[in-house]
Design a protein around this ligand. Structure first.
Ligand code: ATP
Length: 906
């Protein structure tokens, strides 16, 4: 349960049908969920653990190995058959552990991303998972929400729903409650019915749930919706293609080795097994699995840093991001607003107090003011408070009312839009409590706020009749003002007065204040419908309220990191140009050459012009969601990889268009969350930068183990290939090759996948979108290292064969050299920019553990007498190990020393 809010029993408007707004009790809801089940569309069966395990053996190379085991058994080579079987099972177990963990963490992620809904339970508004909704629950819906279950509307304010998911009709339909007698019929397309999965595109309302889960209209078409396949990331796709090419290349090399061996007179059975083992060892069949593990582990790390990834490909794209377009309010700033200044009665009044503390005074030129003494100021506060849908309550649960006279600083708990909360706190400072104001002015109608109109108004009923109260951005309201209320009465707004209001607005904005204009008008009678043009015209100006929303401290650092990391931070805000500039300067987001564009200016320029200047623009102010789409497109036209944030329902198209659509976990709507690739659980810009860093780390790590796996596999194939070409006996036996593969390919590669980053990861510029995974000399490194591993192993083999005359000894030495040179190489793979001497050896503890385990497995095959006969090995002495370490370590030493002559850093 995220929040609780006492429901206002009076909070019913024109369409009130006297429903029970206290909702279900928790006990009743618990009972019902047992009867009706969770509000979920039944998913197709999840993969069971057994299925995942058995699936490990559903692989072409494993079948080949199984065939080899059967042939070995038929040939009477029981030990070989058993060892191959053991290797198949060990491989299966390791694959299973990887895949099972990945599946589980992906499931956990899906659970986290599960939608929530505002419902009324026990008389309080609670935020609960949508799956816990039961029939007869009362749900609260607003623009951007996805309807959680089939429901009947009981209250609505300009409510519209997009039902295209069910009807294919993309134009939103108006929804309103009708007679209670027909309340329980869910006729398709009914005006009072909301269907599970459809989207509220405007207005707000309350509805009563009539059916949940598979009983809903959506449940009936669920099968159709579940056919969506989970997509691979571009890198996974590319690696799969590469894997296929490598399979053919390796198979060719294996056939050459096998045929040459047979032609040289080696036993057919041995050469067949050698070919099979080599193919198994050479083909990096574990690569896709390790990429997936690395991506999912990265996703977990991102989650710890408050970034919830919804689409796996985003992890890769994050690393290439070079433009981050961010909303201002709540993402760059704290979204905790406090009114600091009021312009009213042609005077500027200062308001003291910080944050959501209700303590504060009103002063003018240093003199304390009593709000009640000024009729205009008093009405301004009442209008502002009445025009808010948010609520504040005392932090002490026991007392519902906040005492008016307090001396100690105490922040209240709040629910709703911070802009409105700031107005409620302002009212509280003046003794204008929301509860009292709502009794004095009973709300009978509302034209909701939206980011295009940038204002909202209510129709209220009081002793003297009906009034309209309006609050909103001055620029969008000024033309609707006809007069001004001052202490000397109501007078028409002359050009001079208009100039003075606009200039006061600008002055406040330059101080980084968000400014809201408050106005009203008296109505002769209750309007028959909430007609915007009729209601929001000829208004009387009451004043301006300027509120501060401080920039988030951590964002300053994040903006700085962006600049160093070659990422352009861009502010996109619905706020006033001057407010935006003041905040941008505070965050050092702009430099001398940075441009600022307003929504109006954007409307005046063509897409072509925007494309040309976009790279110089750092702030877009007074924009509407539709501008965001143009802005994303402009950066994409400049070949940028764009991350774009959004929260409102109308932001969804821009979020979808962006390379990385980012939504807000706290304030975002369901629609933007669903359209986004990443959700910021803390709504914080700094989290995007942290996610970009993680994206870079993951990509680096994928390069690291690709480098490792491919150079090692190349080393193994070349060793066997070269030996067969120069006419010697095979340096390694089939079982030894399989063991090398098991010992070196598994744990060390996975440990590289979770390697801590280089310290300078955010000092580099982003990589190019279409950059090959083998770019920046990675292919050369792989080939050179593969060749060197082969040369060392063959040298050790030949030297020992010559000196000892024992093929078994020479093979054991080659076997150990091949493993040891790979285990030393794995440390080199930890950085492409730093030598083995510069990286902190102990930073990746998993790698140390993996290498020790691999060495133990090597020693088991060499020293355990019963296994010596299986692996055809002999015990090695200290001198042998010095030789092995010399050959495996020497190359590493030479390569790393050459970096000093030609530095490795790019
Ligand atoms: P950003 O895009 O930086 O997050 P924002 O989303 O808060 O900014 P909008 O919500 O579109 O921007 O607000 C734009 C303007 O609308 C504000 O500058 C303010 O004048 C006005 N405004 C904001 N909230 C309300 C509200 N609840 N009622 C009336 N007017 C509002």
């Amino acid at each position: 349960m995220l929040s609780r809010n006492k429901v206002e029993e009076r909070d019913t408007y024109i369409y009130n049908l006297k429903p029970d707004l206290r909702g279900l009790s928790s006990a009743e809801a618990a009972k019902r969920i047992k009867i009706y089940g969770a509000n979920e569309i039944e998913e197709k069966k999840k993969k069971s653990a057994i299925f995942i395990f058995l699936n490990q053996f559903n692989d072409f190379m494993i079948w080949v190995l199984m065939g080899a085991a059967v042939i070995s058994a038929l040939m009477g080579e029981g030990a070989d058959a058993l060892t191959i079987t053991a290797i198949i099972i060990l491989n299966g177990i390791m694959g299973f552990i990887q895949e099972y963990r990945t599946e589980k963490s992906m499931e956990a992620l899906k659970e986290l991303a599960a939608p929530t809904v505002k419902a009324i339970r026990d008389g309080y508004v609670v935020v609960i998972p949508a799956r816990e909704i039961v029939p007869d629950d009362i749900i609260v819906l607003e623009s951007g929400d996805r309807v959680p279950a089939d429901s009947i509307l009981i209250e609505a304010m300009s409510l519209q729903a997009d039902e295209s998911l069910l009807t294919g009709e993309s134009v939103p339909v108006d929804k309103r409650p009708i007679q209670p007698s027909v309340k329980r019929s869910v006729a398709a397309g009914a005006v009072n019915t909301l269907y599970m999965g459809t989207i509220i595109t405007g207005g707000r309302g309350k509805a009563q749930v009539v059916s949940t889960g598979m009983a809903t209209e959506m449940g009936k078409i669920a099968d159709m919706l579940q056919s969506v396949e989970e997509k691979q990331t571009p890198l996974q796709e590319r690696l799969e293609k590469l894997g296929k090419i490598m399979v053919y290349a390796c198979l060719l090399a294996c056939i050459v080795v096998t045929v040459t061996g047979i032609l040289k007179g080696e036993e057919i059975y041995i050469m067949f097994l050698t070919g099979v083992s080599l193919a198994v060892a050479a083909i990096p069949e574990g690569l896709p699995a390790i990429v997936t593990v690395s991506l999912t582990m990265g996703v977990q790390r991102m989650l710890k840093r408050n970034a919830l990834i919804r689409k796996l490909p985003a992890v890769e794209t994050l690393g290439c991001t070079n433009v981050i377009c961010s909303d201002k309010t709540g993402t760059l700033t704290e979204n905790k607003m406090t009114v600091k200044e009021i312009y009213c009665d042609e005077r500027v009044i200062e308001v003291s107090g910080t944050g959501y503390d209700t303590l504060g005074d009103f002063t003018m030129n240093g003199r304390r003011l009593h709000v009640e003494a000024s009729e205009v100021l008093s009405l301004l506060m009442e209008a502002a408070v009445s025009c808010s849908n948010s609520s504040i309550s005392s932090p002490k649960k026991s007392s519902k009312l906040i005492p008016l006279k307090r001396t100690a600083k105490e922040e209240v708990s709040v629910i709703g839009d911070p802009t409105e909360v700031a107005l409620l706190i302002l009212g509280h400072k003046a003794g204008k409590l929301k509860n009292d104001i709502d009794i004095k002015y009973q709300r009978v109608g509302e034209i909701p706020f939206d980011s295009d109109r940038k204002r909202m108004s209510v129709v209220v009923k009081c002793k003297n009749g009906y009034y309209v109260f309006l609050k909103g951005a001055l620029d969008n309201t000024i033309d609707r003002l006809s007069s001004i209320h001052t202490s000397s009465g109501i007078k028409r707004i002359s050009p001079l007065i208009k100039k003075s209001i606009l200039s006061s607005n600008d002055k406040m904005a330059q101080k980084a204040l968000r400014v809201l204009c408050v106005a009203y008008k008296k109505l002769e009678q209750l309007p028959s419908k909430m007609d915007v043009e009729m209601i929001e015209k000829d208004l009387v100006f009451l004043g301006l309220a300027g509120m501060i929303d401080p920039p988030r401290e951590e964002v300053k650092e994040a903006v700085n990191i962006c600049k160093i990391a070659g990422i352009k931070p861009v502010m996109i805000t619905g706020d006033h140009k001057e407010t935006a500039i003041a905040i941008a300067n505070d965050l050092k987001l702009m430099d001398k050459s940075s441009k600022v564009l307003t929504g109006k200016e954007l409307d005046e320029i063509s897409d072509g012009t925007l494309n040309k200047i976009a790279m110089d623009v750092s702030v877009y102010a007074r924009v509407t969601p539709k501008h965001k789409l143009r802005i994303v497109k402009a950066y994409k036209e400049n070949d940028c990889i764009v991350a774009m944030t959004g929260d409102g329902v109308n932001d969804a198209p821009a979020i979808k268009e962006a390379d990385i659509g980012v939504s807000m976990g706290k304030t975002g709507t369901d629609v933007t969350k669903e359209a986004s690739a990443m959700v910021l659980l803390d709504d914080n810009f700094a989290t995007i930068v942290a996610a970009v860093e993680e994206g870079r780390i993951i990509y680096d790590n994928i390069r690291k183990f690709i480098r490792y796996l491919l150079s090692c596999n190349l080393g193994e194939v070349l060793t066997m290939f070269l030996a067969s070409l120069i006419g010697y006996s095979t340096p390694l036996l089939p079982i030894q090759i399989l063991w090398v593969n098991l010992v070196t390919d598994g744990l060390p590669a996975i440990a590289l996948g979770v390697d801590p980053p280089d310290n300078d990861i955010m000092l580099r510029h982003p990589r190019g979108k279409d950059e090959s995974i083998f770019s920046h000399g990675l292919a050369d490194k792989i080939i050179i290292r593969g060749v060197l591993i082969c040369l060392c192993t063959i040298t050790v083999f030949l030297v020992n064969l010559k000196l000892s005359g024992s093929l078994e000894k020479a093979r054991t030495m080659a076997f150990a050299t091949l493993v040891m040179s790979q285990l030393i190489h794995v440390f080199e793979c930890r950085s492409e920019r730093h030598t083995i001497f510069e990286i902190n050896f102990f930073k990746n503890i998993y790698l140390i553990f993996a290498v020790i385990t691999s060495i133990c497995m090597l020693c088991i095959a060499i020293y355990i007498p019963s296994l010596q006969s299986v692996f055809k090995t002999v015990s090695l002495d200290l001198g042998d190990w010095i030789e092995i370490l010399f050959f495996s370590g020497a190359i590493s030493l030479v390569i790393n020393l050459t970096y000093y002559i030609k530095p490795a850093k790019k």
